[in-house]
Design a binder for this molecule. Structure first.
Ligand code: NDP
Length: 243
């Protein structure tokens, strides 16, 4: 069983950048075939990983995720793990922020995660195996300035992950939350308010730098590589100096 698991297909959303790209490299190095999903195809192809299918998929489109996974499974066999990593962070004060930014975050960070789970869970339950790793954030259980709507999406990820974990535990399916602190990626660039962006950058500098995407990728690998009978329910990983 552990041998099959070692070589099983790993699906990673948001693999065109940052943490997702680092996870692609880490799981590829362990010999896994991969399905990489994000809207931009080119940066995923530029990773130049063999045994890997890259598909342009928007995680807000439930049908596209399902179809992409079905295509990959025909080629590489059943999904061993789905890593719901795609996300966006649009920081702002709720009294002035464009409501459309909340809709975008909710759609990608929450609906996208649910869409991913919906695509794989029934089959994992039927097979009595499988792993789902949802990338939340420290902002999934603690507040920060200008983070209200982003926090709402990540608190939601914590809630749904823990709820589903309990529901499928007796089916031997593992559901895991990984909560990174600040990581050096393109995430901050999504925010449209320049003043808030500058403040966030200063905050990162003041703590003397933040963690690398590979650190989160290694954590995901650690959780995945435990025997299927062991579920690392939650990991919180941040720079030592982060509050
Ligand atoms: P990046 O901006 O570097 O990467 C975000 C990824 O999400 C990209 O690959 C992007 O691909 C993808 N994505 C965004 N929207 C969609 C969509 N609609 N459909 C498919 N893919 C999408 O940021 P990170 O690597 O930092 O972010 C990864 C996850 O980590 C996010 O969930 C984020 O909230 C979380 N996180 C990050 C922290 C940090 O400090 N960096 C801290 C805590 C959590 P594309 O644009 O090609 O679609």
């Amino acid at each position: 069983n552990s041998l099959t698991q070692e070589k099983a297909l790993i699906v990673i959303t948001g693999a065109s950048s940052g943490i997702g790209a680092a996870m692609a490299k880490a799981f590829h190095a362990k010999g896994h075939p991969l399905l990489l999903l994000a809207r931009r195809l080119e940066p995923m192809q530029a990773l130049e990983l063999n045994n890997t299918l890259c598909m342009s998929v928007d995680v807000t489109d439930a049908t596209s995720i399902k179809e992409a996974i079905a295509t990959a499974e025909e080629q590489y066999g059943k999904v061993g793990a789905l890593i719901n990593n795609a996300g966006t962070m649009l920081l702002g004060q709720v009294d002035v922020q464009e409501p459309m930014e909340w809709t975008r975050m909710l759609n990608i960070n929450v609906m996208g995660v649910l869409n991913g789970i919906h695509a794989v869970l029934a089959d994992m339950k039927a097979r009595n195996t499988g792993t789902i790793i949802n990338i939340s954030s420290i902002a999934g259980f603690k507040t920060f300035p200008n983070h209200a709507a982003y926090c709402a999406t990540k608190f939601a990820v914590h809630g749904l992950t823990e709820n589903i974990r309990e529901e499928v535990a007796m089916d031997d399916v593992r559901v895991i939350t990984i909560s990174p602190g600040a990581v050096e990626t393109n995430l901050l660039s999504h925010t449209t308010n320049d003043e808030i962006k500058a403040g966030y950058s200063d905050w990162k500098d003041e703590m003397g730098g933040v963690i690398a995407p590979k650190t989160i990728a290694d954590a995901a690998l650690f959780a995945y590589e435990q025997p299927q009978s062991v579920c690392v329910r939650e990991m919180v990983i941040a720079a030592t100096r982060q509050q």
